[in-house]
Design a protein. Structure first.
Length: 154
């Protein structure tokens, strides 16, 4: 079975379980690295993810994967937090981070800039709205945005 089909089957069967446990499936990947296969689940929730959260999801998902048996070759199952510096890809990611400081990277310049930083205020299917440091709201079309990620301040 191809990688896309494996991911489709795994997502369709495991995402509802993960959501029932109170988490979001942020990303899923099936990769080969140094000769070994890895099935990686990246989970999130408001307030962050702990090692206990990862262990809980891993144990339950492992049982479901044993039942489904969608992957012919042996593989390692990994469940983890997606990390602070990962791109925000889905509407769930954006919703979870309303009020947080984000950086928008653009495909082309708007008003002479390819990068904008501000507080994520709102989003729609078409636009992202941020509050910039000068207290002005900036609405940017999603078609111009190449990447959105959290700004980590220490």
């Amino acid at each position: 079975m191809g990688r896309k089909n494996i991911l489709k089957i795994v997502r369709e069967n495991c995402e509802p379980i993960i959501e029932d446990l109170g988490y979001d499936l942020v990303d899923l990947e099936f990769v080969k690295e140094s000769g070994d296969y890895f099935l990686r689940f990246y989970i999130g929730k408001l307030g962050g993810i702990s090692i206990d959260d990862c262990q809980k999801v891993s144990e339950i998902i492992s049982e479901k994967l044993d039942e489904l048996d969608p992957i012919e070759q042996s593989y390692y199952l990994e469940v983890s937090s997606p990390g602070l510096d990962r791109p925000l890809k889905t509407d769930k990611d954006l919703k979870r981070n309303i009020g947080m400081k984000v950086e928008l990277n653009l495909y082309k310049k708007i008003d002479g800039k390819k990068n904008y930083i501000g507080e994520l205020l709102d989003f729609s299917d078409k636009d992202i709205v941020i509050l910039m440091d000068n207290k002005n709201e900036k609405k940017i079309s999603r078609e111009y945005i190449s990447n959105i990620k959290l700004v980590i301040e220490f």
